[in-house]
Design a protein around this ligand. Sequence first.
Ligand code: AMP
Length: 309
Amino acid sequence: MSVTVVGSIAYDAVQTPHGSRERMLGGAAVHFALAASFFDEVRVVGPVGDDFGDDEYAVLHGRGVNTDDIEHVEGGKTFFWSGVYGENMNSRETLETDLNVFETFDPKLSDASKQSDVLFLANILPELQLNVRRQCEAARFVALDSMDLWINIAKDALIAAISEVDCVILNDGEVEQFTGEREVVAGARKIMQHGPSSMVVKLGKYGAALVTPEESFWIPAFPVDFVTDPTGAGDSFAGGFVGAIAAQEGDVTADVLRLAMAYGTAVASFNVEEFGTERVARLTGEEIVERVAELQRITTFQATTVALR
Ligand code: AMP
């Protein structure tokens, strides 16, 4: 079985309080693919230009990611994004977005990508997300990410895309922007009225919440010693979360989703320790498993009753 991801493949420039990089491999589909590659075969669909080189392919191939559906646009330049993080690292400002080959991107999926049993629609134009979703009829689980831009300028199209997926993954600010609801569960439930059976609300360094019609489940971020660069944390979380769902056969039950939340959290915590893809590119499965076990340890308590007066 395999996971298909459609989204940006990028060069990123970032400044954080702990340093900067002028041009590093990034993009939502790349961060997602590296994270999900620990769980299943991953197929990336996205455009690159002439400047996308062997070193970048090597990072993806180093994790066994299938790049057959990466579209090389002759004469084009790869998508470029730059951002700067504030002192507390939970907020960032976009300095530059050069869409380049991404501007005219029209996803073309091979038959193999169309037949993946799990699909992740990373943050792209909602019309394209819907178009890809409809090409992947066999998918048993489809998740979608988006961003403030599309909520602002293409909300109806975004709702149309959301209405055909199983799970929406947004951060708390986007949920509030979408619904006007400040409270996570209330906002998530409003979005789920459009069709999805689950929603993940990312809370940055505070963790993430999973909301289903029956319940909500909360997990903190893994407490790392040092955050170097949060770029791609959301997509790495999505890669670990969706990958863990792909790796568990059968129905996507509440238990499957909860465990996937832990895997997403663990992978994202490695992502933030170094710039861009640097840490996840040399991550091991054992390291992920250790952090999932540690997450369980730090979030479990004995539910006996304390005598109250
Ligand atoms: P995250 O930190 O998880 O939100 O993801 C950051 C990644 O998203 C970076 O590697 C960027 O290249 C990519 N990105 C930034 N802006 C956009 C955009 N407008 N469309 C698609 N991808 C983007």
